[in-house]
Design a protein around this ligand. Sequence first.
Ligand SMILES: O=P(O)(O)OC[C@H](O)CO
Length: 201
Amino acid sequence: MIPDRPVPLVNLPNILTVSRILLVPIGLIFLFQGDGHEPWWRVAAWTIFAIAAITDRYDGHIARKRGLITNFGKIADPIADKALTGAALVSLSILGDIYWWVTIVILSREIGITLLRLALLRYEVIAASAGGKLKTFVQICAIGLYVLPFPGFLEWFRFGFMALALLLTVGTGLDYIVKAVKIVASGRKRATNKTNSTESA
Ligand SMILES: O=P(O)(O)OC[C@H](O)CO
């Protein structure tokens, strides 16, 4: 749906996106209560994490349905996701639940792609791809399983989710890099064509 008037910056999808960022410190406060492994505080942290994850499901959906898509939303939505998953991953590594290398690989991809997105703003906004959205969903499920107090015999289950999250994280990261190279190359080509036509005029 194409809106016939400018889209206001303060709209429901953007409010949901910003709320996701604001929920992060609350979840962390709950997670670090006691020695960081108190079952009920873990459940409380998971609940905040789940609410934040639900806002991720709905902000994009509402924006598309009501024609409330803004460039702010396109940039802030993935950043909010990264704040949520990044903070949770670092915290879980500090608490000894997730290997640091897993957190470092995921964070490097997330920060790298965010910087790439910002650097290419003058060409175009690279919105989240379908693969990127799936990656975030699987990451959130995997992290959620690590936040919850979990019986040891089901360890392989959350391990499998995290392995899938890692694969999708790296795979979609490479996909964005290929897209970025194409955008820059076509931008250069357009600029060169423009210069040539000005010279020959
Ligand atoms: O793949 P990214 O980095 O664009 O992230 C996808 C978003 O988190 C989807 O909401």
